[in-house]
Design a protein. Structure first.
Lengths: 292, 299
C-alpha cells in the first residue's frame, strides 16, 4: 500500500488539477428548505449551543434567562440566573459554559442551571470550548482574545483586533477563527499545544453591505467539511477551507442576526438567533462537536 | 476492481496510461523549443526553502532558481518569476521552462534570464494532527501589493545576493496560471515600477477574492507600462467564482480599450496549463522581443 500511495502521490503532483476543491453553497442548501420559526417573544436572543443529544439552548440576554429547545421543538426555561450571559457552548463534561457580561465572568452552569464562575473580572463576549477543556473567549472592550486552560488559568493570547466578536475552531481544533465586527476580516490563528495563538492572519475577507466599512460580524460555527459560518449584516457568510467566500445565506429576518450553531441529533439544522426570535433551517451538512 | 486492489502497480500503470492518453490527445503538442536539443548548453536548477517571510508570517515554501549556462556574473541578468513554481520548473511539467529558456537563450531569441520558481506558502500546524493553513488563495487571489512586496522586499533581494540581477523593470517578468495568473497581473499592476511583463495562463480574473473588478478598473486607470500575455481556453471553468473564458475576454477587451501592449489567445482546453505551456516559447519571444539584451531585438 505504501508503494501505491507513493505512486499516487507522484501522479497527483504531476497531474493534479489546478483547481482546489470548490464548495459552492448549493452543496449545502436543500430544495424547498428555508428558515422556519422555532421560538419568539424574547428581547435579544443569543448563544445557540447544542448538547450531546442535539437539543439547542439559547439565551435571552437582557432577561438573563437561558432556554432549551428539545427535540420535539418545545421550549422550556433552563435557568433564570444567567446574569446577561451572551455566548454559550457545551463542554466535553456535558456542562454548559457561558460568557456572563453582567458578572464579567466565564461561568459553568450545572445541570440545574446554577452558574459557577471559572474566571472573573473579565470582559467577555463569546466563547468556544475545545475537547481538551481549553476555552477561548473574545474581549470586545480591549480588542483581545483570552484563553482559560482546563485548570482555570487565564491567559491573554491575542490583541489588536478592533472588535473581536464570534469565534470558532476548525474541526481539527488546531486553528482558531475570530470575527471582527467592526472590520471586514476573519482572523485565523494556529493554536499551540499550550493554548497560545500564533500566526495571526486576515485569512478571509467578509462581504460588506454597500457603503459600509464594518461587517457587523457576530456568532460563528463550523461544519464537518471545515466550512466556517459567520453571522453578518449581509447574512450568514460561508467560507471554504482556503478562506474563500463560498456564498451568503439570507438572514431569517431583517433584524440583527446574532449567532448560529448546527444542532439537532444529526447536527444538520442551522439554528439562528435574531433579536426576538430563534429560527432554524435544514442543511445538507453536519456540524462538529468540538468538545467531546 | 479486486484485481486492481491487489495489484497497486497495475492500478498505477492504468492511471498513468489513462492520463497519458488524455494528454496525448491534446491538440497542443510541445515543439522542439520545449524539448532537450543536442548541443544546447543546459542551465542549472537549484532548490531552496523560504521560511522567514515578514509579509506572510509563519509561511514556509519551496522555491527554485534556474541559472542559464550563458549567465555571466559581470553582467546583470533579466529575471522572471513563476508562481506555483514547482509546476513550471520540471522538465516534464506543463511548461518545461528550463528547457525553453535553454533553447531560446542559446538561439538568441530572449535575453539571459534567471528563472525564480516560487510555490505558494503553507502555515504548518503548531500541533500534531493539525492540517496546514494553505496560503495559496490568500497570497494569489487577494488584490493589493502584498505579494509584490513579498517578492520585491524579501525573495528577490535574497536571489540578488547570489546572482547579478537587472535593476530595470523592463528586465523583470512574472508568470502564473489560474490564481497564479491573476497574482502575476496584480504584482505588475501594483508595482509597474518593478515588473513590466506579465504572462497569465487561464488566469482567475474572477470573484475568488474580488479579482473580477480588474476589467472595469483597467478601463478607468491611466495606462501603466505593463506588457500582458493572456492565454485562456473556451472549456475553462464556470463556477461560483465566475466564468473564466468570459473573465479573460473582459480582461483582453479592457487592455485593448486602453491601448495596452497585450496578446490574448483563446484555445480549446479547460483549466489546464497544457496550451499555455506548449506555446511558452512563442510567448517568450513576444514578451522579450524588444529587450536591449535580447540578441534578436538588435537584428
Amino acid at each position: 500500500m505504501k508503494k501505491l500511495c507513493f505512486v499516487l502521490l507522484l501522479l497527483s503532483s504531476t497531474f493534479t488539477p489546478i483547481v482546489a476543491q470548490d464548495l459552492p453553497i448549493s452543496q449545502i442548501m436543500i430544495e424547498g428548505e428555508s428558515w422556519e420559526l422555532v421560538a419568539e417573544g424574547y428581547q435579544f436572543t443569543e448563544g445557540p449551543a447544542v448538547n450531546a443529544d442535539g437539543e439547542v439552548y439559547f439565551t435571552d440576554v437582557p432577561s438573563s434567562k437561558i432556554y432549551k429547545i428539545d427535540l420535539a421543538g418545545k421550549v422550556s426555561l433552563f435557568t433564570d440566573q444567567a446574569n446577561k450571559t451572551a455566548g454559550l457552548m457545551f463542554g466535553a463534561d456535558g456542562f454548559l459554559y457561558g460568557t456572563s457580561i453582567g458578572g464579567k465572568a466565564i461561568v459553568r452552569f450545572d445541570s440545574q442551571g446554577v452558574p459557577t464562575p471559572i474566571v472573573e473580572g473579565v470582559n467577555c463576549n463569546d466563547l468556544v470550548v475545545l475537547g481538551n477543556g481549553t476555552i477561548f473567549f473574545t474581549d470586545h472592550v480591549e480588542g483581545k482574545i483570552w484563553s482559560v486552560s482546563s485548570e482555570g488559568k487565564l491567559l491573554e493570547v491575542a490583541a489588536g483586533i478592533t472588535f473581536p466578536n464570534g469565534l470558532i475552531a476548525w474541526p481539527n481544533q488546531k486553528q482558531l477563527v475570530v470575527a471582527d465586527m467592526r472590520g471586514r476580516y476573519l482572523w485565523n490563528f494556529c493554536i499551540t499545544a499550550d493554548g497560545q495563538l500564533k500566526h495571526q492572519q486576515p485569512y478571509s475577507t467578509m462581504q460588506l453591505s454597500v457603503g459600509k466599512t464594518e461587517s457587523g460580524a457576530d456568532g460563528m460555527t463550523v461544519d464537518k467539511v471545515g466550512r466556517v459560518y459567520v453571522c453578518t449584516e449581509q447574512g450568514v457568510q460561508i467560507f471554504d477551507t482556503q478562506g474563500r467566500l463560498s456564498g451568503v445565506l439570507a438572514k431569517p429576518q431583517r433584524a440583527f442576526l446574532s449567532n448560529i450553531t448546527l444542532g439537532g441529533p444529526e447536527l444538520n439544522y442551522l439554528y439562528a438567533t435574531s433579536t426576538d426570535k430563534v429560527y432554524r433551517r435544514k442543511l445538507n451538512t453536519n456540524g462538529v462537536r468540538l468538545a467531546k | 476492481m479486486r484485481l486492481l486492489n491487489r495489484n497497486p502497480w497495475l492500478l498505477a500503470m492504468l492511471l498513468v496510461s489513462v492520463t497519458s492518453l488524455a494528454y496525448g490527445q491534446s491538440k497542443y503538442q510541445y515543439g522542439p523549443n520545449s524539448q532537450r536539443q543536442e548541443g544546447v548548453p543546459q542551465g542549472k536548477v537549484t532548490q531552496h526553502r523560504w521560511e522567514n517571510s515578514k509579509v506572510f508570517p509563519g509561511t514556509q515554501r519551496d522555491y527554485w532558481i534556474y541559472v542559464p549556462a550563458q549567465y555571466d556574473a559581470a553582467k546583470a541578468a533579466c529575471v522572471m518569476i513563476f508562481n506555483d513554481g514547482g509546476g513550471y520548473v520540471r522538465d516534464n511539467g506543463h511548461s518545461r521552462v528550463p528547457l525553453v529558456f535553454d533553447n531560446l537563450i542559446h538561439q538568441g531569441k530572449m535575453p539571459v534570464t534567471i528563472g525564480v520558481f516560487v510555490n505558494p506558502g503553507i502555515i504548518p500546524p503548531e500541533q500534531q494532527g493539525g492540517a496546514p493553513r494553505r496560503n495559496r488563495s490568500f497570497e494569489y487571489d487577494s488584490l493589493g501589493d502584498q505579494y509584490a512586496r513579498f517578492l520585491i522586499d524579501e525573495l528577490l533581494p535574497a536571489v540578488g545576493k547570489q546572482y547579478t540581477l537587472t535593476d530595470s523593470p523592463e528586465g523583470r517578468a512574472i508568470c502564473g496560471l489560474s490564481s497564479g495568473g491573476i497574482c502575476a497581473f496584480t504584482a505588475a499592476w501594483e508595482r509597474p515600477d518593478y515588473f513590466s511583463k506579465v504572462v497569465s495562463y487561464i488566469g482567475s480574473f474572477t470573484n475568488i477574492r474580488g479579482g473580477h473588478v480588474y476589467p472595469a478598473v483597467i478601463r478607468k486607470t491611466e495606462k501603466k507600462p505593463i506588457r500582458v500575455f493572456l492565454q485562456e481556453g473556451d472549456a475553462d471553468l464556470d463556477n461560483l467564482f465566475g466564468n473564466w473564458p468570459l473573465a479573460n475576454e473582459q480582461m483582453a477587451a479592457a487592455l485593448r480599450y486602453v491601448g495596452y501592449d497585450y496578446q490574448f489567445v483563446m484555445g480549446t482546453e479547460g483549466h489546464s496549463g497544457r496550451h499555455g505551456g506548449t506555446i511558452l516559447p512563442e510567448i517568450m519571444e513576444w514578451l522579450w522581443r524588444d529587450h536591449p539584451d535580447n540578441p534578436a531585438a538588435s537584428k
